[in-house]
Design a protein around this ligand. Structure first.
Ligand SMILES: *Cc1c(COP(=O)(O)O)cnc(C)c1O
Length: 408
């Protein structure tokens, strides 16, 4: 008799995006002529930068020659890409990260879930609320939580509320935790951790021998030069943090797939007998066993992000989305909404009108403006009363959507 992983049965049935799809389908079946504008799911819309496409075309031609053919590459990624990443994303910002500490992968979503493979069962784990649902569900799947409560939270996880009351900055807990997920710039709130807040987290982690899992998938959207792009800009972070980065949002790679994870050599965990263990060794072992690397062609495309032309094109791409975010912020503020985020992140987070909850507002916006957004409560119980709008769309669609909302 085949037994299933019963942890999967603890997952909440109405996962956010399927539920959105279901409601949208009910609406479009009834209103086939309505022109929907989707400012919901966080996928990019602009084409892949030319520098990346050119590099991938060259790589394809190389693969057609006996000398240029590449079979299995290194599981950690090609050294030339790891060097370009270490130099441009870290060393040029004053972070002492070496190429060997970069692990290239096919996505941050996978890495931020797979990292649980190398962590013990009995860690006290904290996530923010609201949160990127992947961190929570991946913990449920491997059995690190109990059942879910009525409000959607799971027993066995610690939740750190991020709301307007604390300016969307997770507060340092009074109790010792072992693993803390932080996402900055934040999905869904669009907020960024200040240097001060990050330093407080690093100090907390060092004091408690804790590990910070820092998701910086949206770092390229930061516009204020004072704000930290990497947790390694904070002293001591190499002893307490793993950082996830992705080419998905930065360079339009959501469908092309390339990302990386930084595991510093200094980072240690503890075995059950108290012995200190290098996390780098465990992650390297995990990747070498369960992963066979990202395609040569895609890694050449990612490398081109760091060429002069690539940097220019990525900058324009990011600026384009951020102009959308500016437009959304301005129009919604004028329409009387309280707006947050959207200044260093492609997400604008708004308060829904007081008479509604997040899902009521979702239905209202769909029904009256034919605009699809994401209800804040779908990201956690502290997201109730909020709503996420994404800047990933054409300028025209963003303008039209804002016009429709203004006319409500
Ligand atoms: C989009 C996103 C990622 C990137 O995931 P990929 O698998 O690299 O496409 C990572 N973290 C967050 C919070 C995201 O929103």
């Amino acid at each position: 008799m085949v037994k299933v992983n019963s942890n999967y049965l603890k997952l909440k049935a109405g996962y956010l995006f399927p539920e959105i799809a279901r409601r949208v389908k009910v609406f479009t079946d009834k209103n086939p002529a309505a022109e929907l504008i989707r400012l919901g799911i966080g996928d990019v819309t602009e084409p892949l930068p030319k520098a990346c496409r050119d590099a991938m075309k060259l790589a394809i031609d190389e693969m057609g020659t006996p000398d240029g053919f590449h079979g299995y590459g290194p599981e950690q990624g090609y050294l030339w890409l790891r060097q370009a990443i270490a130099k441009n994303d870290f060393q040029l910002r004053g972070c002492d990260i070496k190429a060997e500490e970069i692990f290239v992968s096919d996505g941050s979503k996978c890495d931020s879930s797979n990292i649980l493979d190398i962590l013990g069962e009995d860690n006290r784990i904290a996530v923010t609320d609201p949160v990127y649902p992947v961190y929570v569900d991946s913990n449920v799947m491997v059995g690190r939580t109990g059942k879910s409560y009525e409000n959607g939270r799971y027993s066995g996880l610690e939740y750190l509320p991020i709301t307007a009351d604390n300016s969307f900055e997770p507060e340092i807990p009074g109790n010792p935790l072992d693993v803390i997920y932080l996402c900055s710039p934040n999905n869904p709130t669009g907020a960024v951790c200040s240097r001060l807040n990050l330093k407080a987290w690093v100090d907390y982690a060092l004091k408690n021998d804790a590990l910070i899992l820092f998701d910086a998938a949206y770092e390229s959207f930061i516009r204020d030069p004072q704000l930290p792009h990497s947790i390694y800009e904070i002293e001591g972070a190499k002893e307490c943090a793993i950082e996830f980065r992705s080419f998905s949002k930065k360079a339009g790679f959501t469908g092309t797939r390339c990302a990386f994870t930084v595991v510093p050599r200094e980072l240690k965990g503890h075995a059950s007998n108290g012995q200190k263990i290098d996390l780098w060794d465990l992650w390297n072992r995990r990747q070498s066993t369960k992963f066979n690397g990202v395609s040569y062609i895609v890694q050449r495309g990612a490398e081109a992000v760091y060429s002069d032309a690539g940097k220019d094109q990525v900058n324009s791409l990011v600026s384009f989305y951020m102009e959308n975010a500016d437009l959304i912020r301005k129009e919604l503020a004028e329409a009387g909404f309280q707006v947050y985020g959207g200044q260093h992140a492609p997400y604008v987070w708004i308060n829904v009108p007081e008479s509604m909850n997040s899902w009521d507002f979702f239905d209202y916006l769909l029904d009256k403006a034919h605009v699809v957004g994401t209800p804040g409560s779908g990201f956690g119980s502290s997201g109730e009363g909020y709503f996420r709008l994404s800047a990933f769309n054409s300028r025209n669609n963003v303008k039209n959507a804002m016009q429709r909302i203004a006319q409500l």
